[in-house]
Every structure is written in structure tokens, then in C-alpha cells.
Design a protein around this ligand. Structure first.
Ligand code: COA
Length: 433
């Protein structure tokens, strides 16, 4: 069957698609490079003219150009951030964008709780001869949210790689599409400092051959990737596909042979990186892009022995409560999949979750290990879930340790300049028994 006629009958201009948006509509697109360019721009034009109001765009990560992140359009076309990075941070901090607390594994379930979106729209790679589009480097929430929305609009972009996995949509599921070849957003390879490498080496020592790994966002997870050169038969099962994973696969350190699930394949929910990464993922049958409700599901992670998760944070208190998403009351990021992987590792035989950070911030003037979290800081990973905390001064294993033991272990990996002060505070809190 030839799907070209159906394709052509659904092909519209971005403006014609934007004309279908009604006031009060909830729009959603998958994360990062899935964000359409031409359709939101056309919707913003309508909002500026006063034709629509109270339209909300939802996504995990918003990228520029993001016309819905514009204080001038507040109340007309506005943004709800589900993981505050890139284009949305200023808007959330200044209060003209809102944010949605959620674990990434539960994003679709949260939509089920709040009511389904009116519109799902996304960037896809060009249609194949069977009538299928690939969501490319993003699987995450795409398939499940497209099924739930009243309308599905696509922006077909020849720059979106065609990736393998459960990340496809058929022309019969689409209400309208437009073609727009915007360059795919790239992020610079994270800078890795000497301190990050010191942390990375300590974590690498605790990763056995045959382990399956997940890396989060930031310099420390990247540093760990650079310290795994002597490992064998690693597997990858990760929310975010990172730059350092390419080297591990190309060098044969990752084989995925010892994973009981998706054996032989690298599994990721989405990728966000450089052109080199996007070329690597294009038509690469060893990579399976899978929904985040599967990848980040703690019960799935728990079925994989020796699962190792490495994420970063902003501060930790003496009980091991981890804040990864705010600086005091100032919202900075999101929970993403941090807790999903921490909980999954706790269920995995031999699993370990590492949350790592430099011991200090602000040029050494501030300890990131604190007696209590900064007032207003939110807890991302709770004290009952946390496993290992790592700084350049060592590794504190908290799971199975009492409050007093945790305080001692954490003070030992704080910067030496702050240890005495932390001990004094811990005593006042009756934590040093
Ligand atoms: N108090 C004040 N400022 C702090 C701070 C603290 N406790 N900790 C960090 N900062 C500052 C840093 O100095 C830096 O400022 P600069 O940009 O002016 O240099 C900035 O905050 C970012 O800190 P940094 O440690 O460099 O961040 P990172 O890029 O390594 O990312 C997280 C760390 C925690 C923000 C990131 O991993 C994240 O967003 N995590 C979310 C949860 C998660 O892990 N999800 C799973 C994977 S997606």
C-alpha cells in the first residue's frame, strides 16, 4: 500500500495546524529535541493577536526557541515545566512559568491522574514506505501520550535521526502534519573537572564487570564514564543517553551481553547531546529507544542484577536527604529519574546507587553537606531510599546505617574546612552518639 496520498492529505502549514488550537487547550510534546519549532511559533502568533488564551504547553525539557516561555504571553500561551532545564529555568524562577512535580517513570500516570492532554505534538523523522514515523532520539513519553491526546500533530524534520525501538507512530494515528527542517538542538559535552574525575575514579572502583549502568545529567556522571576503561561486558539501561556512553560502546566495554532484559542492546529513553551522538544513534540497531515508563520503572530496573546508577545533586543533609532540584527555595532542575533509579537499584541484587557531588560550591565557600537542608530546599531522594553519597573526599554508604552513623559517615566526606562545624551541629541535633 502507498501511504503518500494519506500523507499529502494530512499535510498542512504550521498556521493551519495552529488554527485548530482552542482556548484552554493543554498541549504536550516529548522532551528536548522532540519539541516542534514551527507549530508553537504559529500558536504564539495567534496568542499575541488575542485569538486564544489559557493555552498551556507541557514538556519535560523546553528548548529555545520556546515562544511559550515569554512573560508577555502569560495567561495566553504559557509553559508548565516537568524538569526545569535550559529555556525554562528563568521563567520558573521568576514565576511566569509553572512546574509539575513528578518522577519521570510516572509522567504518563500523572497525565492519567490530571486528565489527558488535548494535543500531542512532536518532531519525527520522515515517513517510511510502510507509513511509519520514528520519534528518533526520544522515546520517553511519546507513544503513550500520542495515544491519549485528542489531536496528534507532527512536525516532520529530516534532521531527526531514525532510531530503533518502541518509538514509532503510524500515519493513520496522525491528525495533521507539517514539514519543518529545523536543526536539532545540541548540548555541549559536559566539562569534567579534576574533582569530578577524583569522584569518578572512586565510583568506578565499585562497579563490577558485567554491571548495567545508568548515568544522570552533569559533570560527575560524565567523569565516571571516563573511568571505566578497564571494565568488561557492561550493559546500559538508562533514561538519558550520554556522550561518554558512545566511547564505552565503541571501545567494546559495553556489550550488553550479561543483561537479562533487552540482552545485547543498549536501552535508553532519550538522548540529548552533540551531532556526533545523533549520527551514532541514527539507524543503529544496537540501540533501543524505549518508553520511560518501562526504562525508569523501578521494578524493571530491579530485575537486572548489579544495576549501578550514578546521579548528581546540589546538597545533602546529615540524615542523607538529597536535594537535586532547588537551591534553597529557588527551583533549579527536576526530579527526573533520580528516585526511579535509586529505588530500582535497591531492588537489584548487587545493585548500588551513587549520588555524587563536589563537596563544596561557590569556590569552596559553601559546604554541600549541611546539618539540615537549606530552608526551602526540596527533598529529591529521601532518607529511606538513599544508598551511597560520594564526594572527592570519599564514599559514604548510608543504607542500613543509623542516623548517627550517617552523620559521621557524611562528615568524613565533607570538605575538611567544614568538618568541625558540622560535628558541632550534629551534636546539637543529638546525631553524634
Ligand atoms: N548551593 C548553592 N549553589 C550550588 C549548590 C549549593 N548547594 N550546588 C551547586 N550550586 C551551583 C554550582 O556552583 C553551579 O553554579 P555555576 O553554574 O554558577 O557554576 C550550579 O549550581 C550547578 O551546579 P553543578 O553541580 O555544576 O550542576 P551539574 O550540572 O553537575 O548538575 C544537578 C547537577 C543536580 C543540577 C543535575 O544532576 C540535575 O539536574 N539533577 C536532577 C535530578 C536527577 O539526577 N535526575 C536523574 C537524571 S536526569
Amino acid at each position: 500500500m502507498d501511504f503518500t496520498d494519506i500523507y499529502n492529505s494530512k499535510k498542512k502549514s504550521p498556521e493551519e495546524i495552529a488554527d485548530q488550537i482552542l482556548s484552554g487547550f493543554e498541549l504536550v510534546c516529548p522532551t528536548a529535541a522532540s519539541q516542534p519549532t514551527a507549530i508553537p511559533a504559529a500558536i504564539a502568533e495567534r496568542a499575541k493577536k488575542g485569538e486564544i488564551e489559557h493555552v498551556r504547553h507541557n514538556s519535560i525539557i523546553a528548548l529555545n526557541p520556546a515562544p511559550f516561555v515569554d512573560p508577555e504571553l502569560a495567561g495566553k500561551f504559557e509553559y508548565v515545566s516537568w524538569f526545569t532545564q535550559a529555556a525554562a529555568r528563568k521563567g520558573v524562577q521568576e514565576g511566569y512559568c509553572d512546574y509539575m512535580p513528578c518522577h519521570y517513570s510516572e509522567e504518563v500516570a500523572v497525565w492519567d491522574a490530571k486528565g489527558n492532554p488535548d494535543v500531542f505534538y512532536a518532531v519525527v523523522s520522515p515517513m517510511d514506505r510502510h507509513g511509519y514515523f520514528s520519534f528518533g532520539i526520544i522515546a520517553s513519553e511519546a507513544v503513550e501520550l500520542a495515544e491519549r491526546a485528542k489531536y496528534v500533530f507532527l512536525e516532520v524534520n529530516k534532521n531527526m535521526p531514525r532510531c530503533h525501538g518502541s518509538n514509532i507512530i503510524h500515519i493513520s494515528q496522525v491528525d495533521a502534519l507539517c514539514e519543518y527542517d529545523a536543526p536539532l538542538n545540541e548540548v555541549p559535552v559536559p566539562t569534567v573537572s579534576e574533582t569530578d574525575l577524583t569522584i569518578g575514579r572512586q565510583i568506578a572502583e565499585m562497579i563490577p564487570d558485567g554491571a548495567t549502568i545508568q548515568f544522570g545529567i552533569g559533570g560527575v556522571p560524565s567523569a565516571v564514564g571516563m573511568c571505566l576503561n578497564d571494565k568488561k561486558d557492561l550493559g546500559i539501561h538508562t533514561e538519558l543517553f550520554t556522550e561518554s556512553m558512545i566511547d564505552l560502546i565503541e571501545q567494546g566495554i559495553v556489550t550488553n551481553r550479561r543483561k537479562p532484559l533487552n540482552t545485547g542492546k543498549t536501552v535508553a529513553a532519550f538522548a540529548w547531546g552533540s551531532k556526533r551522538m545523533y549520527d551514532f544513534l541514527d539507524d543503529n540497531i544496537s540501540i533501543s529507544m524505549e518508553p520511560v515508563s518501562y526504562v525508569n520503572n523501578p521494578y524493571v530496573i530491579g530485575q537486572i542484577d548489579n544495576f549501578i546508577s550514578i546521579n548528581a545533586c546540589l546538597e545533602v543533609d546529615l540524615l542523607g536527604q538529597v536535594c537535586s532540584e532547588s537551591i534553597g527555595p529557588k527551583h533549579f532542575s527536576g526530579s527526573g529519574g533520580q528516585v526511579d533509579f535509586v529505588r530500582g537499584c535497591n531492588m537489584s541484587k548487587g545493585g548500588k546507587s551513587f549520588i555524587a557531588m563536589n563537596a563544596t560550591a561557590k569556590k569552596g565557600t559553601l559546604s554541600k553537606i549541611k546539618p539540615i537542608l537549606t530552608p526551602g530546599a526540596v527533598v529529591t531522594t529521601g532518607k529511606n531510599d538513599v544508598d551511597y553519597i560520594v564526594t572527592e573526599f570519599g564514599v559514604a554508604h548510608l543504607r542500613g546505617r543509623t542516623a548517627g552513623e550517617r552523620a559521621k559517615a557524611l562528615i568524613e566526606i565533607a570538605h575538611p574546612d567544614f568538618r568541625e562545624e558540622l560535628r558541632a551541629e550534629a551534636r546539637k541535633m543529638h546525631l553524634m552518639i
